[in-house]
Design a protein around this ligand. Structure first.
Ligand SMILES: Cc1cc2nc3c(=O)[nH]c(=O)nc-3n(C[C@H](O)[C@H](O)[C@H](O)COP(=O)(O)O)c2cc1C
Length: 377
C-alpha cells in the first residue's frame, strides 16, 4: 500500500499551508513546573513534532481556578510567556506549526481545589467522584473567564505560537456548560440548546476577536470537541446538539475542527452515534467540508490506520503512537514501517525520551494506564 497521501500538504481556510496531514494530538505530559515550561518538555515536544504538519501542546490553563492535573502548562500569567516562547520555538524548529491548547477544567480542577481555590462550574452540584464542592459561576466569573481566554490567546501570540486550540471537550468547563447533566442554570447561560451553547461560542468569538486584533490572518484557530457526553443513564448531550454547536462555530470562523473520540468515550473511526446510519467522521465531514479542516483519530497505531482515517477526513491526530515511538512518522515516510514500536514493556517505557513525570504516571495503575493505556504496558 502506498502511504504517500499521508504526506500531502494541506491548506487551512486562512491560507496557511501545513506540510502534511498529521497532527500531534494534544497530550498533557504532566511535566511543567508550577505551570512553567521545563527543559524535558522542550526536548520531548521537539522530538515528537518532527514530520507532523501541526503539533498541539497539552492543555494549558487560562486561570488558577481551572487546573486539573499536576504538571499542567499555564497560560494564565504574563510570566508564562518566556517559557511558552521556548516551547513554540522548539516545536517550530522541527517543522510543525505550533499550537497552544487553552483550557479551563471547571469542576474537574482538582489541583486548584488542592490549592484552596474556589471551584466552579455552570451550576452548584455534588459530583460523586469529587471530594470538594462545586459552586455556580457568577456573571462576574463568566466575564472574567472571557477575559482570561483572551489574555491567554494574547500570550500565545506574544510567545510566537502559530495558533491556539480551544479545549471544548473531554468534560472541561466549556463542555460542562453545554451539558444538560451539569448545566441547570435558568439564566441566559443555561436551559435551551441555544443558551447552553452560548458560553463555549462566546469564548470562541472572544478568542477570534483577540486574534483579529493582536495578530494577522495567519494565526490558526482550532476547536476541539467531544461529539457526545453520556454518563450511563444521564445524557449530557447527543451528537445532534453537537452538530448544531459546530455549525455555529464554523460560522464564527475556525480553521480546523478536532474531534476527540476518547476522554470518557471510547470510539474509533467507524463508531456511529445511536440511531444514525453515518459515522461521527461522516457527520462532521459533511459540516466542515470546504469550511475548515477536519481532524479525527484515536487508536491510530499503524500507517494503515492513518490511511483509513484520511480517506474520510482531512487530517489525523496521533497521540499514543507518538509516545511509543518518536520516529513513528519518520519510519512511515522512509518506508520502514516494520520498525514501528507498537507496544512496549515497563522497562522500555523509561527509554523513550518521555518526560519523567509522564513515565511515572504511566507506571501507576490508577493513572493513565486505566483511562488511556499504552499498548503493552
Ligand atoms: C498522556 C495523555 C495526555 C492527554 N492530554 C490531553 C490534553 O491535554 N488535551 C486533549 O485534548 N486531549 C488529551 N489527550 C487525548 C489525546 O489527545 C487523544 O485524543 C487520545 O490519546 C486518543 O488518541 P490516540 O489513540 O492516538 O492516543 C491525552 C492523551 C494522553 C495519552
Amino acid at each position: 500500500m502506498s502511504f504517500d497521501k499521508i504526506f500531502d500538504s494541506l491548506t487551512l481556510p486562512n491560507g496557511v499551508k501545513l506540510s502534511n496531514r498529521l497532527m500531534m494530538a494534544p497530550m498533557c505530559d504532566d511535566s511543567a513546573n508550577q505551570g512553567k515550561v521545563t527543559a524535558q518538555q522542550l526536548s520531548y515536544m521537539k522530538s515528537r513534532a518532527t514530520n507532523v504538519g501541526i503539533a498541539v501542546t497539552g492543555y494549558a490553563y487560562v486561570n488558577d481556578h481551572g487546573i486539573q492535573v499536576e504538571g499542567q502548562l499555564s497560560a494564565s500569567q504574563d510570566s508564562d510567556i518566556d517559557g511558552l516562547s521556548k516551547l513554540a520555538k522548539a516545536i517550530k524548529s522541527s517543522g510543525a506549526k505550533a499550537i497552544l491548547q487553552l483550557s479551563h477544567a471547571g469542576r474537574e480542577s482538582g489541583i486548584s481545589a488542592k490549592n484552596g481555590k474556589m471551584i466552579y462550574g455552570p451550576s452548584k452540584m455534588v459530583f460523586p467522584w469529587l471530594d470538594y464542592e462545586v459552586q455556580e459561576m457568577s456573571l462576574k466569573d463568566i466575564e472574567n473567564l472571557m477575559e482570561d481566554f483572551k489574555l491567554a490567546t494574547r500570550r500565545a501570540i506574544k510567545a510566537g505560537f502559530d495558533g491556539v486550540e480551544i479545549h471544548n471537550c473531554n468534560h472541561d468547563l466549556l463542555q460542562q456548560f453545554f451539558s444538560e447533566y451539569s448545566n441547570h442554570r435558568e439564566d441566559e447561560w443555561g436551559g435551551s440548546l441555544t443558551k447552553r451553547m452560548r458560553l463555549p461560542l462566546t469564548v470562541l468569538r472572544a478568542v477570534k476577536d483577540e486574534i483579529s486584533y493582536f495578530s494577522d490572518e495567519n494565526f490558526i484557530l482550532g476547536w476541539r470537541i467531544s461529539p457526545e457526553e453520556i454518563h450511563g443513564e444521564n445524557i449530557g448531550y447527543l451528537v445532534g446538539d453537537m452538530l448544531e454547536q459546530t455549525r455555529h462555530a464554523i460560522e464564527i470562523g475556525i480553521d480546523y475542527l478536532n474531534v476527540s473520540l476518547s476522554g470518557g468515550l471510547n470510539y474509533d473511526l467507524d463508531s456511529k452515534p445511536q440511531g444514525y446510519e453515518k459515522s461521527f467522521a461522516e457527520l462532521f465531514k459533511e459540516l466542515t467540508d470546504d469550511n475548515c479542516l477536519l481532524y479525527i483519530g484515536a487508536h491510530v497505531h499503524q500507517p494503515e490506520d492513518i490511511m483509513k482515517v484520511i480517506n474520510e477526513t482531512d487530517g489525523v491526530y496521533i497521540g499514543r503512537a507518538l509516545l511509543l515511538d518518536a520516529n513513528f512518522t519518520k519510519k512511515i515516510r522512509e518506508d520502514r514501517t516494520d520498525e514501528i514500536i507498537a507496544s512496549i514493556s515497563r522497562e522500555q517505557l523509561t527509554q523513550l525520551g518521555l518526560p519523567d513525570r509522564l513515565v511515572k504516571n504511566y507506571l501507576q495503575p490508577d493513572q493513565y494506564q486505566k483511562g488511556i493505556p499504552l499498548p503493552g504496558l
